[in-house]
Design a protein around this ligand. Sequence first.
Ligand SMILES: C[S@@+](CC[C@H](N)C(=O)[O-])C[C@H]1O[C@@H](n2cnc3c(N)ncnc32)[C@H](O)[C@@H]1O
Length: 233
Amino acid sequence: MFSESATYYDKIYSFKDYRTEALKLISIIREYLCSEENRLLNVACGTGCHIEYLKALFDVEGLDISQELLDLARRRNPGITFHHADMMNFDLHRKFHVITCLFSSIGYLKTLDNLARAVDCMTHHLLPSGILVIEPWFTPDAWHSGTVHSLFIDEPDLKIARVNTSFADGRLSFFDLHYLIGTPEGTEHFVEHHELGLFETDEIRAVLANAGLEVTYDPKGLIGRGLFIGRRP
Ligand SMILES: C[S@@+](CC[C@H](N)C(=O)[O-])C[C@H]1O[C@@H](n2cnc3c(N)ncnc32)[C@H](O)[C@@H]1O
């Protein structure tokens, strides 16, 4: 999914304020986690931008399916353990007080069955009283098919234009991200196809509850996309 654009991931998402998000996340964790203990696993960690701010307070590890993004996460966070794995099927042989899955990464699971597999797997890695924090993708109502989107980076030695039209087929949102990238070495064009499942808030809540978690939903969350907090009894 991100193999061709990985080099430019941090530029493309430079509009995100990972420091402020991490600080909000820390205060939510402090509210829901009773213990002072602090082993944290960031699932679908991407280039490790949240980990950069979480590692001062937590004994943190990251996990992602993209080797290219993990390479960047490792470079950003020397000494931190990163796992190359699929969030639907991993076994790290250790458990955590906090597991996070942020910036809509669960959308890439596409179906509720896959979401249930991933939530079961993450819950299996939670210690008693531990919490699972999930930032969802759009709900079906909030997704507007047939809308056009663009993002531009304009630096002296780097020009990026990313343009796409959003579509949906039932509960699946999909879009082709067209990248036009210019550097002093030359200009290239490539297309990345993305498909993400559109889940209702109550459906995600039910998946977490079925995994045995006590669920709280914050409609605002870190960036306005909502946030699920599941606590293992
Ligand atoms: C939108 S990015 C978010 C990355 C990071 N959390 C952030 O905030 O920048 C989605 C991430 O989900 C990862 N991902 C997608 N499907 C996955 C899977 N099945 N298992 C693990 N990671 C996955 C991608 O590789 C990518 O890093």
